[in-house]
Ligand binder design. Structure first.
Ligand SMILES: O[C@H]1[C@H](O)[C@@H](O)[C@H](O)[C@@H](O)[C@H]1O
Ligand SMILES: [Fe+2]
Ligand SMILES: [Fe+2]
Length: 304
């Protein structure tokens, strides 16, 4: 499958057009509008600008970068692979997210259920025929239920935020990378080289990612026998891996299938990031559509 990815463009040769874009919004692909600013009036993913969320977000990444180690990831994967926490449907899980706010996000302070629906509805508009992508969008952040008491009530640093591989050198393009200096793996010669414990082109499936909602939801989907295509699972596991899909770091660990799937992830990312807003989706109105997709790609009850 070959896809041409159009990256968001904020500049234009034509000055008139630039002014128009700043005043309004950029229209890309099938009509989705990329806003020029987030709800707080800043550019998206600006981790340095002074805003009401900046300090909390930076502190989040400090603790995250110090604690995400190879040992920690192994421990969490071992614990959560068991899927012995609870049984529930995908939709029930969506509803649990109506109380969850993500402390790592400079662009959004709304409950996460809004974000799921905003992302899915935005994708659905531009890619009406790719129903697997609508459902992937709906569930991509469901792993944030790890914050909930029934799922172990993990701290935010172990659930949300951008992800990165552990077991090889931390890349400088990772948000607030200076805090890795205090990570015990930083000085471990087995873990601090370009490939570390991995080999060139080993495939991302073989790479341990920092623990959080992405890897957890990927495990849940796989263990419960989803029929989503591999691109859907790839989006779920790597959507927070900005060092890869935005900064092109760690490409030496990818295999050919990863290269193909990355094209879909880059499409998805635009909707994930730029649909964040204060505009609410009418949940009851869209619920029947998403329930039908859930029935197509998942069992009625899942083990979590
Ligand atoms: O703060 C956000 C949020 O936690 C998202 O769910 C994640 O996918 C992003 O990578 C991260 O920057
Ligand atoms: Fe996410
Ligand atoms: Fe998201």
């Amino acid at each position: 499958m070959t896809i041409i990815v159009h990256q968001p463009q904020f500049e234009n040769e034509n000055q008139e057009q630039v002014t128009k874009n700043i005043e309004t919004e950029l229209v890309l692909d099938g009509g989705f509008c990329i806003p020029h600013a987030n709800s707080f009036g800043h550019s998206f993913r600006d981790y340095d600008v002074h805003s009401e969320r900046q300090q909390g977000v930076e502190n989040f990444y400090r603790v995250n970068h110090i604690n995400q180690t190879v040992d920690f990831v192994k421990k969490m994967r071992g614990e959560y692979e068991k899927m012995d926490k609870i049984e529930m449907s995908i939709w029930e899980c969506c509803e649990l997210l109506n109380q969850v706010v993500d402390e790592s996000d400079p662009d959004l302070d709304e409950p996460q259920i809004e974000h799921l629906l905003q992302t899915a509805e935005a994708v659905r508009k531009d890619y009406p025929d790719q129903d697997w992508l609508h459902l992937t969008a709906l569930i991509h952040d469901l792993g944030k239920v790890l914050l909930h008491p029934s799922f172990g009530e993990l701290p935010q640093w172990a659930v949300v935020g951008d992800t990165f591989p552990v077991g090889c050198a931390f890349d400088q393009s990772i948000v607030h990378s200076k805090y890795f200096l205090q990570n015990p793996d930083y000085n471990n010669p087995a873990y601090n080289t370009k490939c570390g414990i991995y080999s060139e082109n080993c495939g991302l499936d073989n790479v341990m990612m920092s623990w959080g909602h992405d890897d957890y939801m990927y495990l849940v989907a796989k263990e419960n026998g989803t029929t989503l295509p591999s691109a859907g699972l790839f989006i779920i596991r790597y959507h927070s891996f900005y060092a890869l899909h935005k900064s092109e770091a760690y490409k030496h660990l990818m295999n050919e299938e990863d290269e193909e799937n990355l094209k879909w992830l880059q499409i998805f990312n635009k909707y994930d990031l730029y649909s964040k807003s204060k505009v609410r989706v009418d949940i009851e109105k869209v619920k029947p559509y998403y329930e039908s997709l859930i029935g197509k790609y998942f069992p009625a009850k899942l083990r979590w």
